[in-house]
Design a binder for this molecule. Structure first.
Ligand SMILES: Nc1ncnc2c1ncn2[C@@H]1O[C@H](COP(=O)(O)OP(=O)(O)OP(=O)(O)O)[C@@H](O)[C@H]1O
Length: 539
C-alpha cells in the first residue's frame, strides 16, 4: 500500500511555530522597552498613593480637618497661578518617576565566586561523566558548567544549597558504587559537615542534590499521641512520613513527623535492633521505648553493660525485672521464653476449644536487652548459655504471643549477634556517627543522605522492614538519676514513670513477678513451642 504523505501542518508546522514564537518574543521585548518609562511612572504613582494613604491613616483624627483644608488651599493656589496645573503635573510625574525607578537590580545568575565554585565542581565531575569517544560531551575539561548544571542555589554564605546535574546516559547510575563516588565528590566539594540528600532520576539522567536542615534536637520524652501497638522511635523529615503528632517542643506545641514502629500480632517488623557507637544514644532510645511500652504493657530490662542506667525503672508497676548480672539475666530471659510458650499454648487451646483468647495472654510483654554481647562474653567465660540463645522463642514466636524484643548493641560487637537475632529483628536503627558501609550493614541499604561525622546524640537512621531509610532523632530521655540530667528532662522522664505498686497487704498485686524464677532449664535451641506444646503443657 502506498504511503500517504503527512499533512503539511505536521511536516512544516514545527518550523513555523518556532518562527511565530520568535516574533512574539521580539514584539514583547520591544513593547517592554517602549513602555518602560510609563511603567516606571505608574509604579511611582502607586507608591506615592500608598505613602499618602499611610500618612493619612497615621494622622490623628482631630488634625485631619485642618490638613484637608491646607491641601485644598494649596490646590486652589496652584490652580489660580499661571501655568500652575501644568507645573503641578510635571512635578508629580517627576516625583513618581523618581520613586518608581528600579533601584534593586535583579540578580540573574551566580556572582563571580559562585560561578567559580560551580566551574570547579563541573571540572571535578569531568572524569566521571565523560568518555574519550563521546562526540558532544556534557562534561569536558574547560567546558561550560551551564551545560552540566540545570539549576543551583546558594545560601547567604555563598555555599551551595541545591544543585541539579544533567549527566550523560552512559553513566552507570544503577550501580551503587558509581553513585556513591559522585555523591561523595559532590559532598566534599560543596562543604563537609552538612547533610546532603541525593535524588537520582535514572529515566531522565538527572541528579538533584539538596542540603538537609539538621533535625531538631529539642523534643524530649513525653506522652506521644499514638494508637495502641505504636511506638515513636523518634522524629524525622516532614516529607519522609505521612503523619505528624503534636509534641511539646520547649514551651510550644507543634506538629512533628514521627517514625512510628508498629508491634503486635499484625506487625511485619515485630522486633527491633539498635546499633550505635558508644555514647550515641542507644540506651536513651531503649529508655524512651520502655516508657512508652509501660503505658499498656509489662517490661523486662536486661542490661549487659551493668552501669545501672535503667535503675529508675526498678519497682515501678509493669516493670517485671531490671537485671544487670549474668545469673539474673539468664533466669529472667528463661522466664520470658517460658512465658512466650505459655501464652502461645493458652491461646492455642482457647482457639481449639472455640473460646476467646485468655486475657492473661493479651497484655504486651517487652524484653529490652541492652548490650547482649557483654553478657554473651561473660556467659562463655562461665560456661553458661549465651542469653541470645534464650531469646530464640520470643524472637521467633513473640509476635503471636504479644512479646516484643528490643536489642541494642555497639558496632564493634555486632558480629556476635546470632543468626536468629539478625533474622527476626526486622526493624532497625543506627545511631551516632557511622560510615555508609556500617549503616548499610545494619539497615540493608545505604541511606540516601551523606552521613556527617559530627552528629548530636540520638541522631541516626531507622528502617522498618523493607521500607525507606529515614533520618531519626530520638527524643531526649536521660536517666533521671544521673546528676548531669537537667531538671526539665528529669521531670519529663519522672512524669512518665508509672507509680510503684502498693506494698503487700495494701492491695492485690496484679502484675506477675517473674524474678523468683524456678522454671526448669529447657534446651533453648531445639525448643519450639508449636511442636512441643503437649510436653510444656504438662509442666
Ligand atoms: N536524643 C538525645 N537527646 C539529647 N541527649 C541525648 C540523646 N541521646 C543521648 N543523649 C545523651 O548522650 C549521652 C549518651 O547517651 P546514651 O547513654 O543513651 O548513649 P549509649 O549509646 O547508650 O552510650 P553508652 O553505651 O556508652 O552508655 C547521655 O549523656 C545522654 O543524655
Amino acid at each position: 500500500m502506498a504511503r500517504r504523505p503527512l499533512p503539511r501542518i505536521l511536516s512544516s508546522g514545527s518550523a513555523s511555530i518556532t518562527r511565530s514564537r520568535e516574533i512574539a518574543r521580539t514584539a514583547a521585548d520591544s513593547a517592554t522597552d517602549v513602555l518602560h518609562p510609563l511603567i516606571t511612572i505608574l509604579r511611582g504613582l502607586r507608591l506615592l498613593a500608598a505613602a499618602g494613604r499611610r500618612k493619612w491613616a497615621a494622622t490623628p483624627k482631630d488634625r485631619r480637618g485642618p490638613t484637608l483644608f491646607l491641601a485644598a488651599a494649596c490646590v486652589l493656589v496652584v490652580a489660580l497661578i499661571p501655568y500652575g496645573p501644568l507645573l503641578a503635573v510635571i512635578t508629580v510625574m517627576s516625583a513618581a518617576a523618581w520613586k518608581g525607578r528600579d533601584r534593586t537590580p535583579v540578580r540573574t545568575g551566580p556572582d563571580e565566586t559562585e560561578a567559580g565554585r560551580l566551574q570547579a565542581l563541573y571540572e571535578a565531575l569531568v572524569p566521571y561523566f565523560s568518555t574519550a569517544d563521546d562526540p558532544s560531551p556534557l562534561f569536558s575539561h574547560g567546558g561550560d558548567w551551564e551545560k552540566g548544571f540545570d539549576g543551583h542555589t546558594f545560601d547567604a554564605d555563598g555555599r551551595l544549597t541545591s544543585l541539579q546535574v544533567n549527566y550523560p546516559a552512559y553513566f552507570t547510575d544503577s550501580e551503587p558504587a558509581s553513585r556513591s563516588r559522585i555523591e561523595q565528590l559532590l559532598q566534599a566539594k560543596s562543604g563537609r559537615g552538612r547533610e546532603y540528600h541525593f535524588t537520582w532520576d535514572e529515566e531522565s539522567n538527572h541528579l538533584v542534590m539538596t542540603v538537609l536542615d539538621a533535625l531538631p534536637v529539642s523534643i524530649a520524652a513525653q506522652r506521644f499521641v499514638t494508637a495502641p501497638g505504636e511506638t515513636v522511635l523518634g522524629f524525622t523529615d516532614a516529607d519522609s512520613v505521612q503523619r505528624t503528632v503534636p509534641v511539646l517542643d520547649g514551651d510550644t506545641t507543634r506538629d512533628a513527623p514521627p517514625v512510628v514502629w508498629r508491634t503486635g500480632a499484625r506487625s511485619t517488623e515485630p522486633h527491633l535492633l539498635v546499633v550505635g557507637q558508644p555514647g550515641s544514644g542507644t540506651t536513651t532510645l531503649m529508655r524512651s521505648i520502655a516508657l512508652q511500652a509501660l503505658q499498656n504493657g509489662d517490661i523486662i530490662v536486661v542490661e549487659g553493660s551493668g552501669t545501672g542506667e535503667y535503675g529508675f525503672l526498678t519497682g515501678r508497676t509493669g516493670v517485671l525485672a531490671v537485671e544487670c548480672g549474668l545469673a539474673g539475666a539468664l533466669a529472667t530471659l528463661e522466664w520470658a521464653a517460658h512465658e512466650t510458650e505459655r501464652r502461645l499454648i493458652a491461646a492455642n487451646r482457647a482457639r481449639q476449644a472455640g473460646h476467646p483468647v485468655p486475657e492473661d495472654t493479651k497484655r504486651p510483654l517487652w524484653i529490652l536487652l541492652d548490650r547482649p554481647s557483654v553478657l554473651g562474653h561473660l556467659a562463655a567465660a562461665d560456661g553458661r548459655p549465651d542469653p541470645q540463645e534464650l531469646l530464640q522463642v520470643p524472637l521467633r514466636h513473640g509476635r503471636a504471643a504479644g512479646v516484643t524484643v528490643v536489642m541494642a548493641d555497639q558496632f564493634d560487637s555486632a558480629e556476635s549477634l546470632t543468626e536468629t537475632v539478625r533474622t527476626h529483628t526486622r526493624a532497625r536503627a543506627v545511631l551516632g556517627p557511622a560510615s555508609r558501609e556500617q549503616i548499610e550493614a545494619v539497615l540493608g541499604v545505604e541511606p540516601h543522605t551523606t552521613p556527617t561525622p559530627d552528629v548530636p546524640p540520638g541522631r541516626g537512621y531507622a528502617r522498618l522492614g523493607t521500607g525507606p531509610v529515614l533520618r531519626l532523632q530520638v527524643p531526649a530521655t536521660p536517666d533521671p538519676y544521673d546528676d548531669a540530667t537537667s531538671e526539665a528532662h528529669r521531670q519529663a522522664v519522672l512524669d512518665l514513670l508509672p507509680e510503684r505498686p502498693p506494698a503487700a497487704g495494701e492491695a492485690p498485686v496484679t502484675a506477675p513477678v517473674p524474678v523468683a524464677v524456678e522454671a526448669p532449664v529447657v534446651e533453648p535451641v531445639s525448643r519450639d513451642p508449636l511442636v512441643g506444646a503437649p510436653a510444656i503443657a504438662e509442666r
